[in-house]
Ligand binder design. Sequence first.
Ligand code: HEC
Length: 104
Amino acid sequence: MRIVLATTLAVAFAVPAVAAAPARPARLGLCAACHGETGMAQIPGAPNLAGQQLDYLREALRQYRDGRRNVPLMRAAIGPVSEADLDALARWYSAQMPQTQGTP
Ligand code: HEC
């Protein structure tokens, strides 16, 4: 019984490790010009997203989409994105490892 429990726990903990490496989102191209493919900003004034909390990213994107955050650049970028794509983008950026910043 003890062995069965240990095996079950081992499997249960192995699953999130796989989920932590999300597939590259189909819509990543909409964001990369400003935030980079790996979440390090490419233009002055854009925030780095790499390694940011998943819940925070998801909520921020919803806020741009519904206008609670009224920033035209981001509203335009996230406007046509479905909820599933929004989730995939938040997961992708959250899973990226922050890099050292270059001097722009
Ligand atoms: C034209 C440049 C541009 C594009 C394209 C763009 N962003 Fe942004 N993004 C910005 C800027 C500038 C901000 C800061 C806005 C503000 O002051 O709230 C921002 C903010 C954000 C934030 C909030 C970060 C925080 O710390 O609160 C998230 C999340 C985000 N962008 C994700 C995305 C995603 C996902 C896409 C693609 C669908 C995208 N952005 C496309 C420029 C861009």
